[in-house]
Design a protein around this ligand. Sequence first.
Ligand code: LLP
Length: 426
Amino acid sequence: PASAAPAPGGDITISGVSLAGLAERYGTPTYVLDEDEVRARARAWRRALPDAEIVYAGKAFLCRAVVDWIEEEGLGLDVCSAGELELAATRGFPADRIVLHGNAKSPEDLRSALRIGVGRIVIDSDCEIARIAAQVQGPGAQQVMVRVLPGIEAGGHKKIRTGAEGQKFGLSIAGGDAEDAVSRILGQPSLELVGLHCHLGSQITTPEPYAQAVRRLVAFLARIHDRYGITLRELDLGGGFAVPYLPDDPAPSPAWFGRRISDELLRACDEFDFPMPRLTVEPGRSIMAPAGVALYRVLSVKRSGGQVFVAVDGGMSDNLRPALYGARYAIRMVGRVPSGPMRATTVVGRHCEAGDVLAESVELPEDVRPGDVLAVPVSGAYHVSMASGYNTTGRPPVVAVAAVGRSRLLVRRESIDDLLRRDVGL
Ligand code: LLP
């Protein structure tokens, strides 16, 4: 986080709170979130696109406190399950600011969405149109958008690219599926089609793909207008805005994305003679990732095949990103002044797979030893939210720090009792 600062004794503080102290107090592994940083990033998005709706993608990380922060900062919330919806509902998050996504919404997801009264449901397949229409009562009772596939290749890894043909999300503009869905929705009196949505992918480092998407979507809006005589007023460009994980990674700002997207929207509306739609973006990672730090304790150190392996008390059960996407992290030791030089070290987890590697070739002190605390920055998004109980290990707690220099527990550690309680077999 921006508030990270070196402290005496080789420690690092965030918002004035010692990371070594947090590891001591809450145990390890533990995830720390800087509340001020989350709020500052939410505000940066609002400033970058003052006329747009900023909708936080809860899949990056969600808990009750985060629901409150997002609500207080005036953002909307993107959810994609009944679980995320019910979590938001426990805090009374305004339902009209909630967008429901999903390529396969379950009956439970839809029941929750309709009971809570979410503002928008984003249609991602033909078969859900009639299903949703049948469950809502009254003319135009539910506002929906169509998730289109603009045919744009963007994103940090193949597994998180969702804007091009040949993957499960969206309805193709080029293939005609998007237009079929539009005409089908228009034939359902209980649904009100308000606009188009697309999500290109994640960890996108430049605004260009968004500008391209704006053009294609506005062109499509104009075509819908010409064919069906309706003017759709909303354009949701999804999320995907990259953050730097390593010091040399690109660090695109919300302002840069915002400027380029706004410019292109003006230009495209002018060119296609279409009235300016209301813009929505759905940043997840960009708001949450840099605000989080993961803390681990070293359990063992060994040499094997010419490499130094430092094993910590977490791993792929709390951070799947290296194993899944080859994601890279910078790791630091905290809480002790090292004696001796640094050397290339492979930091691994405790799980029963050779692929359970958190970081290859990071510089750690030569004297790193069991009991030392390691901190992994940029861990706020898609770590805890993708955590598993692999090897029957409990998921880590989440702790918040705020400007007052205090910490508080947001989500407690999952205990072995928690894990065993679900196993009801005889
Ligand atoms: N909107 C929709 C419809 C999405 O599917 C997503 C992310 C977002 C917004 C937010 O994207 P963001 O701004 O966070 O990039 N687990 C992967 C990322 C998967 C993103 C899935 N959808 C990772 O750890 O890199």
